[in-house]
Design a protein around this ligand. Structure first.
Ligand code: SAM
Length: 273
C-alpha cells in the first residue's frame, strides 16, 4: 500500500512515521509513504501557495494550481476509475465526514491513498470538486493544519494491514471492531486477550504486578477460570461503553445476556447517583 501526502510542512512527519508499527511497516515494505512539499509545485519566485479569499474575510486560502500540479505528478487514474483501481484522494477538512474505524477499514482495502493537508482557512473548494474522492474530518474540532490528521489516518489504516501487527487478532477484536468473538473463543479454551468487542469499546486491561500500591487486579482475571474471565470482560466492555459512549449501544445488535447486564448496570448507576 502507498500513501502520498501533500503538505506545506513535510518536516512535520519525521516523528510520527519513524516509530513502532509504522516504522516496521515501512521498513518491511508493507507500506510506502511519499511526502510532497506543495511549494515544489509553485511557479513564482516566492513559492506562493496561498492567496486572499474571494468575498473578503480573514485568513488565506490554499490556491488550487499547486495542489492540482502536485496531484497530477502522482500519476493517478482519472477520478471515475479510481475506485476500480483501488486509489483514493482525500481532502482533510473540519467539514469532512467523520473518520471512523469503518472508514479506516475501507482505506486499508485500497492500494493507494493520497492525502491533501489544508492550512490557513482551508483549500480552494474547486480542489475538492475536481480532484478529491472524500472529504474527511478526524473529529469535531479545528486543527491548524491537516498534517496531524493525516498522521492519525495513516496510523489507523496501517495497523489494519495484514502483517502490520504481531498478532492480527489485535486489530480484529478491539474497540469499535464490528466483529464479535470468534466461535472458538466461546468454548472451553483459554480466553484471548483480545476478546471480541462486537462494536463495543474494549474492556480494561491489566498486567503484573497483581497488587499495585494496594490496588488489586480484578479477582475474575487472576483466578484462571476461563468462563469467569469471558463474563467479566463482556460486562466491563458493556460498562465502559455505557459510561463513555452510550451512543454506540444504539448501533449494536445485543444478545439477551448483554441487555440483562446493561439493565443491571443502569439500575446500579441509578442507586449510586
Ligand atoms: N476554516 C476551516 C473551518 O472552519 O472549517 C478551518 C481550517 S483549519 C484552520 C486548516 C486545515 O486544517 C484544514 O483545511 C484541514 O486540512 C485541517 N483540519 C482542521 N481541522 C481538521 C479536522 N478536524 N480534521 C481534519 N483536518 C482538519
Amino acid at each position: 500500500m502507498r500513501f502520498d501526502i501533500i503538505t506545506i510542512f513535510p518536516g512535520l512527519f519525521t516523528g510520527p512515521f519513524d516509530y513502532g508499527i509504522l516504522k516496521r511497516a515501512r521498513t518491511t515494505g508493507l507500506v510506502e509513504i511519499g511526502l510532497h512539499d506543495l511549494r515544489d509545485f509553485t511557479h513564482d519566485r516566492h513559492r506562493t501557495v496561498d492567496d486572499r479569499p474571494f468575498g473578503g474575510g480573514e485568513g488565506m486560502v490554499l490556491k488550487p494550481q499547486p495542489i492540482y500540479d502536485a496531484v497530477q505528478s502522482l500519476d493517478l487514474a482519472p477520478k471515475a476509475e479510481r475506485q476500480r483501481k483501488k486509489e483514493t484522494v482525500i481532502l482533510l477538512s473540519a467539514q469532512g465526514q467523520p473518520f471512523t474505524q469503518q472508514v479506516a477499514q475501507e482505506l486499508a482495502a485500497t492500494e493507494r491513498v493520497v492525502i491533501l493537508c489544508g492550512r490557513y482557512e482551508g483549500v480552494d473548494e474547486r480542489v475538492n470538486e475536481m480532484l478529491c474522492d472524500r472529504e474527511l474530518s478526524i473529529g469535531d474540532y479545528v486543527l491548524s493544519g491537516g498534517e496531524l490528521a493525516a498522521a492519525v489516518i495513516v496510523d489507523a489504516v496501517v495497523r489494519l494491514l495484514p502483517g502490520a501487527l504481531g498478532n492480527p487478532d489485535s486489530s480484529r477484536y478491539e474497540s469499535f471492531g464490528a466483529e464479535d468473538s470468534p466461535a472458538d473463543d466461546k468454548g472451553d479454551g483459554p480466553p484471548r486477550s483480545t476478546y471480541g468487542s462486537g462494536g463495543l469499546l474494549d474492556y480494561p486491561h491489566y498486567t503484573r504486578p497483581a497488587d499495585f500500591m494496594g490496588m488489586l487486579v480484578p479477582e475474575a482475571l487472576a483466578g484462571g477460570d476461563h468462563e469467569a474471565v469471558r463474563r467479566w470482560r463482556r460486562r466491563m466492555a458493556l460498562e465502559k461503553t455505557l459510561r463513555n459512549r452510550p451512543d454506540l449501544l444504539e448501533k449494536i445488535d445485543l444478545a439477551d445476556e448483554d441487555r440483562e447486564i446493561l439493565e443491571e448496570l443502569r439500575e446500579q448507576g441509578e442507586t449510586e447517583s
